[in-house]
Design a protein around this ligand. Structure first.
Ligand SMILES: [Zn+2]
Length: 187
């Protein structure tokens, strides 16, 4: 199945600065999801160890293409990784969203987006799940992923992408009992 570009919704016009980072809905991250495996000849991406706080590795995921896996036990409420990339404007976000098939765009605030496909730490490969073990928090304009619970060695790291309801609906195949059936929020 060919991957379909996802429309990039312009970030909300209301100022996110009025809300505390923890209360802010997780930013909008776009990555085409169709459950496919990475092509056999595709070299595994790398994790930039400067932005990883635990031993992690990238390997194919049953959810979508590549995934990131813990190689050691991660306690709850610990910083696990930083999502890095090129900081781009609202206009450039829209352009890249329309142009590319795979997106690694994380809305930082009402104007800036981080494009993890340029200078990404590897966190852009963390897949969506409706029952995630990580949560994203914006701390001083940096996107940090924290553990929600204890994570065992060998577990895939997962985050809820929380696409907004009004965005184009993206089906979810995470497979957990509480799966919403869509990466989008239901309300
Ligand atoms: Zn799901």
């Amino acid at each position: 199945m060919p991957m379909k570009p996802l429309p990039v919704k312009p970030p909300p016009t209301r100022s996110s600065a009025t809300q505390p980072p923890a209360a802010r809905p997780a930013a909008t991250m776009l990555a085409a999801t169709n459950g496919n495996r990475p092509p056999a000849e595709e070299e595994a991406p790398r994790i930039d160890p400067r932005f990883a706080c635990f031993a992690l590795e990238i390997r194919p995921s049953p959810i979508h293409r590549w995934g990131i896996y813990a190689l050691e036990r991660i306690p709850p409420r610990r910083k696990v990784m930083e999502y890095t990339g090129e900081r781009i404007s609202r206009r450039e976000t829209k352009r890249r969203g329309e142009e590319r098939e795979l997106h690694y765009l994380f809305t930082l605030n009402s104007y800036w987006t981080i494009d993890g496909s340029v200078g990404g730490s590897g966190a852009e490969y963390i897949n969506h799940c409706c029952e995630p073990n990580l949560v994203a928090r914006i701390v001083r304009e940096r996107i940090l992923y924290f553990s929600l619970r204890e994570i065992q060695p060998g577990e895939e790291l997962l985050i809820d992408y929380r696409f907004e309801k009004k965005m184009e609906e993206v089906p979810c195949r995470c497979g957990v009992p509480g799966c919403r059936g869509t990466i989008n929020l239901l309300e």
